[in-house]
Design a protein around this ligand. Structure first.
Ligand code: CMC
Length: 436
């Protein structure tokens, strides 16, 4: 970041002395006011719950222009990456800063593929869970559990260890997600098969059985790969910030990623794709397209507590560029599987049509986000609804680990420690007669 020839001056109406604060510029995007010395100079904190105006770090990985609807990974537009690269190229880019050349590409693919298997003991750990446990509960445990299995890559101050932990996580996530699925449906785990692509391998581990050969459908393989690319990173969102904050204490990297998985689970974040599909199924049960108008009235009624899931975004105040790409994939997959007349897809289209015209949504700049379509694609592929967020976690792991590693190698990095505005009871004494 570079110092800008500009400064911010904060003045107070009660006559306290005003303070000057430096302003820094990034390469693109809004400048920032450096308030690090504010408390020392004024004895005051800033108040910004939800981080609406606060940059928590400097980062060179992902950039979003929410008003334009633009998403760049290391400077490359998501549209170009989604059409010209595969997920592992994207992982290489996010971790290393540039796209790989042919040799780097070959080596990176080989490296990831050589780490896809998990310690055999993992399956006994998995066996401790109920078969009907939510896959995100299982995944939070399994990813945290990796810290107990891979001690030799947990010195976060060692760049080599950080690299090995990153590769292990990227390589093993598909295996763990597929194991969580197979455990729930009571089928044998499928070991990874390393002559398949990253997403082809995942499809086989999910839907193959030892009884017969599994043939990967290239349309579904491409669709899944695109889902992975679109979810690979998204700047300082809730789960990424969780990983950074958790990792800032110097904790084990697998444990920090497990914290990200836990945060992602919530319906306002990664759980939105599951919530979106549940919403579509609910409307379908109540009468489908004919009931859309009634449902939209509920969404607009603030007292109903009903939200149009898959719509709205903290950062995008324009069409989410990932949603456009996902919509294309959705069309391809439904065509390939002969599901063009799928009632849920028609319902989603109708909801989108109304929302894009309705004053409530237009005036609040609420557009479909990636989750609006990714759920439909995943459902068509055969992924159960409660595993959608697990797929998101698999794809986002590279973003989390790239951001964690960036933070640790930043010389300005400090343990994260937000302040608060205290509104509770002032000092008081325990009543004299309380001790029994
Ligand atoms: N349905 C109906 N109204 C909405 C919605 C929605 N989905 N989203 C926002 N609003 C309204 C909100 O009630 C508020 O209205 P008003 O100004 O009258 O009080 C206005 O729009 C602004 O909303 P906000 O809550 O201030 O916006 P936010 O930035 O805090 O929330 C959000 C962003 C994603 C949490 C929210 O839009 C939401 O809950 N959407 C549904 C869940 C969803 O799809 N989440 C996935 C996000 S994309 C995946 C990811 O990147 O993690």
């Amino acid at each position: 970041m570079k110092l800008v020839d500009n400064k911010a001056t904060l003045s107070f109406s009660n006559g306290s002395p005003s303070v000057d604060m430096p302003v820094y510029a990034g390469s693109i995007g809004p400048d920032v006011i450096d308030i690090r010395k504010l408390y020392a100079q004024t004895g005051m904190f800033t108040y910004d719950p939800g981080f609406l105006s606060t940059a928590s770090c400097q980062s060179a990985i992902t950039y979003i222009d929410g008003d334009k609807g633009e998403l760049l990974y290391r400077g490359y537009p998501i549209e170009q990456l989604a059409t010209n690269c595969d997920y592992l190229d994207t992982c290489y880019l996010l971790l290393n800063g540039d796209l790989p050349n042919d040799k780097q590409r070959g080596d990176f693919h080989k490296l990831v593929i050589n780490h896809t298997m998990v310690n055999e003991q993992m399956q006994f750990f998995l066996r401790g869970f109920r078969r009907d446990a939510h896959p995100m509960a299982v995944l939070t445990g399994l990813v945290g559990g990796l810290s107990a299995f891979y001690h030799d890559s947990t010195d976060i101050n060692n760049p080599e260890h950080r690299h090995v932990a990153a590769i292990r996580l990227i390589a093993k996530m598909p295996t763990l997600v597929a194991m969580a699925y197979k455990y729930g449906v009571g089928q044998p785990y499928m070991y990874p098969k390393n002559d398949l692509s990253y997403s082809g391998n995942f499809l086989r581990m999910m839907f193959g059985t030892p009884c017969e050969e599994y043939k990967v459908n290239p349309v579904l393989e491409r669709a899944l790969d695109r889902i992975f690319i679109l979810h690979a990173d998204h700047e300082q969102n809730a789960s990424t910030s969780t990983v950074r904050l958790c990792g800032s204490s110097g904790t084990n990297p697998f444990a920090a990623i497990a914290a990200g998985v836990a945060c992602l689970w919530g319906p306002a974040h990664g759980g939105a794709n599951e919530a979106c599909l549940n919403m579509l199924e609910d409307i379908q049960r109540q009468g489908g397209v004919a009931k859309v108008g009634e449902f939209m009235e509920k969404v607009k009624d603030k007292n109903s507590g009903v939200k149009l899931m898959g719509f709205g975004h903290r950062v995008y105040k324009n069409y989410d560029p990932r949603a456009k790409l996902m919509q294309e994939t959705c069309d391809e997959v439904l065509k390939e599987l002969g599901l063009e007349n799928d009632p849920l897809f028609k319902l989603a289209k109708e909801l989108e049509r109304i929302a894009l015209e309705d004053e409530y949504f237009v005036s609040r700049k609420l557009y479909p986000n990636v989750d609006f379509y990714s759920g439909i694609v995943q459902r068509a592929i055969g992924i159960p609804v409660n595993l959608f967020t697990g797929i998101f976690a698999l794809a986002r792991t590279v973003g989390w680990i790239a951001q964690l590693n960036e933070m640790i190698s930043d010389p300005e990095y400090k343990i994260g420690r937000p302040r608060q505005l205290f509104t509770g009871a002032e000092r008081r004494d325990v009543p004299a007669g309380f001790k029994r």
